[in-house]
Ligand binder design. Structure first.
Ligand code: MIG
Length: 829
């Protein structure tokens, strides 16, 4: 593929383009004792300066420059700077300085200068490599740290390969952070679209994290150059990193996302099923797709428009033949329960007379050449079907340009577009060898102009920020929805992310899992790969398997490239249509659970899609298991990821697990072999798990009034909280939600279920609450609020005001009007 060869060539050239080491090369030698100001120790010698700051008891920041003073203290990633008094103590003698807090003891050896992070008891967590420590070469800055054999390296955002970033057989790997349009990427392509310079180390269950806050091209050498070293650094700028203490991986993610921000609670519709292709047009085709979902009773909430809705692929335009009346289209779709999302790329056409170009030029909002003229370049190949010709590019690193761009979003919100898809924002530019902007173009950089080398990695992230802020301005009562291809650390605050142009093959189905897990471990919770694969056409079986996995992608969207076969859930014959319908219906059944888990992500940063090791960090076997996932704390999902399988081997961590479909119990601590068919989607519930469901609906607008189903799986004691709200708007920030706790206790054959009164002021429309309690044997008596309930047949349960039944698979089922006050249900032996 020509395009691919070009991209690879560009990548190769970029790799050699690190600036030659004109200036000194060296590692930081001896330091005189530091000066202290506030919670910071500053060291300075002829080679450079180091500042070590206690940000919080469990967060320490290190800054290093090969200069006598630091530059502007500025970040595009950090969301929170003030963590209050870190409670730090400092001691210094001639040899070393020590910074200690309630959880950390940081030793700064003066000669040669080396840093060691230990816990409060002095157990070493992280340590500069003795020979190298911090170093510089020309403009490059770097630190080398000791890497121990039993350390697992997780995170690094969107990366290919295994869950543990040490690479195959601990052979090491080198990763680059440089946002890249990686069309048709392969197993070993690096870098890809997102740049998230964050990793976590877990050793014997004990975790800490490191975040490198530098937007230049950066690198992470994980045991590659030497198996005993992990080195990271950047081509230019400061070595500015944060050490974030655990003790467990969850705590690291919580603190990292407190520092860089969290995914806000999305609108409920955005957690439904999305249907996309490159491209649905004209309007009649879009209506046909919408009608087909409803006629075929396949649930869906969103239809997407790719670049063919525009006039010559020019953002902010509508092709008048293909889409004569967008406002009418969105209104009609809304009546069918659909929302419309449109693509908006960062490259308006250079077109004097157009509002976008003229106002951008007048406001000085475009990226510039070194001579101050606007930078102009092509984004599509000259032979594109409707090539818009040369484009200009907003400078999203300029606050006024972000506001201007946000203002333009009104052109979309005014016609009823519900969300915006930001593509090509690496940025992708059809100029060789960069396949992006030349390094010397100029960006405002929030008032301190700089070259593209410093802004490249945040260009997409800042675009999503401008888009998000604009949507919020025009529709202040709605939760913005933005999807982005390129992003940087902190971008989780503004957009969901998908890993670009994957391929319709089984390998890509499988690798989507560790890739999305890595993003989740790096603070990016709202993610999903193109279901079915973008490049090429999947077999019927592959598409079905991908949809089954996709039920648990936090963002569930089917998408495919231009010129591929039809790729809708019904495009593969009746049998597949039925199985695909069931997969999507399961997504809707589980929406109360999924929404709850996304809410947890917005509060804690913990991703919905989790590797086993996030819940079981001390289970060494779990580090090599990434063909199955946890969804939240309680669901373990092991989709079938290979062709023509009759069995699926599943690793169950220690403890009991229950088959979601049959309620059969399995003992964990090893593998089980399950027989599977095309219909199978193996799911297990953790012992003590609480699962929230509703009947499947055709779209999220049909949810009000549906009964809520709460299933309790056995454990001596467990509880879960359920968060619900209107599913849209910002009232929830003012207390308009309903949140309550569902707890169980089991003693001597009896079960007590306690449901707390709901906090918050919002209540759904009248509905039933169905409690389902899995038990080994039928109870002697069932009491609701102390009153015995009559035993009923399943049929009668829905018709009677009071009663219980026991299902064939072992659940005691009780139904009542959902009143949101506290009550108790007890099952007596
Ligand atoms: O390949 O807008 O990754 O999802 O369909 C050209 C057209 C640009 C790349 C995106 C893909 C999208 C396509 N775009």
């Amino acid at each position: 593929m020509r395009y691919r060869t070009r991209a690879l060539l560009a990548g190769a050239l970029l790799l050699c383009s690190t600036r030659p080491a004109l200036a000194a090369v060296g590692s930081l030698g001896a330091m005189p004792p530091p000066r202290r100001a506030g919670h910071t120790l500053t060291f300075r010698n002829a080679q450079g300066s180091v500042a070590v700051t206690a940000v919080a008891p469990d967060i320490v920041r290190v800054r290093f420059v090969a200069a006598q003073s630091f530059g502007r203290d500025h970040s595009y990633a950090i969301a929170k700077r003030d963590f209050g008094d870190p409670g730090a103590r400092f001691e210094s003698d001639a040899q070393r300085s020590i910074l200690s807090t309630s959880s950390l003891r940081v030793t700064l050896r003066h000669a040669p200068f080396r840093i060691t992070f230990a816990d409060a008891q002095g157990r070493i967590l992280d340590q500069d490599d003795d020979e190298r420590g911090m170093s510089f070469a020309g403009t490059q800055v770097k630190v080398s740290k000791r890497l121990r054999d039993d350390e697992h390296v997780l995170g690094l955002g969107e990366k290919n390969g295994r869950l543990d970033k040490r690479g195959p057989h601990m052979g090491g790997a080198n990763y680059v952070m440089w946002t890249t349009d990686a069309y048709d990427y392969g197993d070993d392509s690096d870098p890809l679209y997102a740049a998230i310079p964050f990793y976590m180390i877990v050793r014997q269950g004990r975790a800490h994290g490191i975040f490198l806050d530098n937007t230049f091209r950066s690198f992470f050498d994980v045991g590659h150059e030497s198996e005993r070293r992990l080195s990271f650094g950047a081509e230019d700028g400061e070595l500015d990193y944060y050490f974030i203490d655990g003790p467990d991986p969850k705590h690291v993610i919580e603190r990292y996302t407190e520092l860089t921000g969290r995914t806000p609670l999305p609108p409920l519709w955005a957690l439904g099923y999305h249907q996309c292709r490159y491209s649905y047009y004209p309007e009649s085709k879009v209506r046909y797709i919408a009608d087909s979902f409803r006629v075929k009773r396949i649930p869906a909430d969103v239809i997407w428009l790719d670049i063919h809705y525009q006039e010559g692929y020019n953002p902010f335009t509508w092709d008048p033949q293909r889409f004569p009346d967008p406002a009418k289209l969105t209104a009609d779709l809304r009546r069918q329960g659909f929302r419309l999302v449109t693509i908006v790329d960062p490259h308006p056409k250079k077109q004097p007379g157009s509002v976008v170009y003229d106002s951008g030029l007048a406001g000085d909002h475009f990226v510039k050449n070194p001579d101050g003229s606007p930078f102009v370049a092509p984004v599509w190949p000259a032979n594109a079907e409707r090539n818009p010709g040369p484009s200009v590019f907003p400078d999203f690193s300029k606050p006024a340009a972000r506001a201007w761009w946000g203002g333009l979003m009104k052109l979309y919100t005014d016609v009823g577009v519900a969300g915006i898809w930001n593509d090509m924002n690496e940025p992708a530019v059809f100029l060789d060898p960069w396949h992006s902007m030349p390094f010397d173009v100029r960006h405002d950089n929030e008032g301190q102009p700089t070259s593209h080398r410093e802004i490249h990695n945040v260009y997409g992230q800042l675009m999503t920020r401008a888009t998000f802020e604009g949507l919020l301005r025009h529709k202040p009562d709605e939760r913005p929805f933005v999807l982005t291809r390129a992003t940087f650390a902190g971008g989780q605050r503004w957009a969901a992310h998908w890993p670009g142009d994957n391929t319709s093959d089984w390998g890509h189905l499988r690798t989507s899992i560790p890739m999305l897990l890595g993003l989740g471990l790096s603070g990016y919770a709202f993610v999903g790969s193109d279901i079915g694969g973008f490049v090429g056409s999947p077999s019927a079986e592959l598409l079905t398997r991908w949809l089954q996995l996709g039920v648990f992608y936090p963002f569930m969207r089917m998408h495919t490239a231009i010129g591929t076969d039809d790729q809708e859930p019904w495009s593969y014959g009746a049998r597949h249509e039925e199985i695909n319908r069931r997969a999507i219906a399961l997504r809707y059944e589980l929406l109360p659970h999924i929404y709850n888990t996304m809410h947890e992500a917005s509060q804690t940063g913990l991703p919905p899609l989790r590797p086993l090791v996030l819940e079981f960090p001390s289970d060494e076997r779990a580090y090599s298991v990434y063909d199955q996932v946890l969804f939240g704390r309680d669901l373990l999902v092991a989709p079938v990821l290979r062709e023509a399988m009759h069995t699926r081997s599943v690793y169950l961590p220690a403890g009991d697990w229950y088959d979601f479909w049959t309620a059969r119990r399995y003992a964990g601590g090893g593998r089980v072999e399950l027989p599977v068919t095309l219909e199978s989607l193996p799911i297990f519930v953790r012992a003590g798990g609480v699962v929230f469901r509703q009947p499947p609906v055709q779209h999220t607008g049909e949810i009000p009034g549906q009964p809520l189903d709460v299933s309790f799986y056995p454990a001596a004691e467990s509880s879960a909280s359920l968060y619900e709200d209107e599913g849209q708007g910002h009232g929830y920030l003012r207390g308009e939600f309903a949140q309550r706790r569902f707890s169980q206790k089991r003693v001597g054959g009896g079960v007590t279920i306690d449901v707390s009164a709901a906090q918050g002021t919002w209540r759904p429309s009248a509905r039933r609450l169905r409690l389902r309690v899995l038990t080994d044997v039928a109870p002697g008596r069932v009491l609701l609020g102390g009153e015995p309930l009559p035993a009923l047949s399943a049929d009668n349960l829905a018709r009677q005001a009071r009663g219980y039944t026991r299902s064939a698979d072992g659940f005691v089922v009780v139904e009542l009007a959902d009143r949101f006050d506290a009550f108790q249900l007890s099952l007596e032996p």
